[in-house]
Design a protein around this ligand. Structure first.
Ligand code: GDP
Ligand code: MG
Length: 239
């Protein structure tokens, strides 16, 4: 068993899942993987089940319903804590997050002493995104600026979904009180960890838009983030 679990949430990722699992397992450091699938109709979980014959450190949790990324991650976090992993890394299935950066996120915590590390697209306002159309890029970039202004959080890429948490952080956050599901979920996790004085480090990464499969981003996820951030700020320190 590795000391580090990579959680990959999936919904209809049959084009990516096998390749991303193999890419993670081909890294020099040994990682375990947990796929949290929301009963994808395209058969993503069956692909994972087959691969479990070849990889003993590949785990799968299938949830009955698609209730969003946040809920899938909370499920994965609880699973990770019950198995006593030291480090828990969030990662997308679609190769937007380069598996080669996993070790940099890990080292930021294990060597540099951060409690959580963020694979950041906008570190020091430098934009590291490949293949996004300009509309999507501007939306994401200005969303990050907006969040920084409203919440005062000293993080450039607050909506990043490529994050390593030390287990102490996840134990300290009341996971049942995390309410958001989309980008707001990513913001809420970082906001609460920062408010509880956990140390963070941003690691510069290049984010590449998916080549296969489709994005699950939606208008409701964006509006949740826009209004959710204001709510978070008004509530001060949500428990
Ligand atoms: N389990 C689960 N995974 C999801 C859900 N929504 C998105 N994902 C996964 O979360 C990751 C990021 O989603 P993606 O659609 O690429 O979002 P985008 O990168 O913002 O366009 C991918 O691995 C998706 O399959 C969901 O409701 N449930
Ligand atoms: Mg994506």
């Amino acid at each position: 068993m590795s000391n580090t679990l990579i959680i990959i949430p999936t919904y209809n990722e049959k084009e990516n899942i096998e390749a991303i699992i193999k890419a993670v397992f081909s890294q020099e450091k040994q990682f375990d993987i947990l796929v949290v699938d929301d009963s994808s109709p395209d058969g993503t979980s069956e692909i994972v089940t087959n691969l479990q014959n070849n990889f003993s450190n590949l785990f799968l949790e299938v949830r009955k319903e698609k209730t969003g990324l946040g809920a899938a991650y909370i499920h994965g976090f609880k699973w990770a804590l019950s198995k006593n992993y030291d480090y828990i890394i969030e990662m997308d299935a679609d190769f937007s997050h380069n598996p080669k950066d996993l070790i940099h996120l890990y080292n930021a915590c294990d060597i540099d002493g951060a409690d959580f590390s963020i694979g950041s697209r906008y570190l020091n306002n430098k934009i590291n995104v490949v293949n996004w159309d300009i509309k999507r890029l501007l939306l994401s970039y200005f969303a990050s600026k907006y969040v920084k202004i409203i919440t005062q959080i000293p993080i450039f890429d607050t909506t990043a979904g490529f994050v390593c948490y030390k287990s102490t952080v996840l134990k300290n956050l009341d996971l049942d009180k995390i309410k958001f599901v989309g980008y707001a979920f990513q913001i809420e996790m970082k906001f609460k960890a920062w408010k509880r004085k956990f140390k963070h480090k941003e690691v510069s990464v290049v984010f590449t838009d998916r080549k296969r499969g489709t994005s699950k981003m939606s208008g409701s996820i964006i509006s949740e983030a826009v209004f959710g951030v204001i709510k978070m700020r008004l509530q001060g320190l949500p428990k």
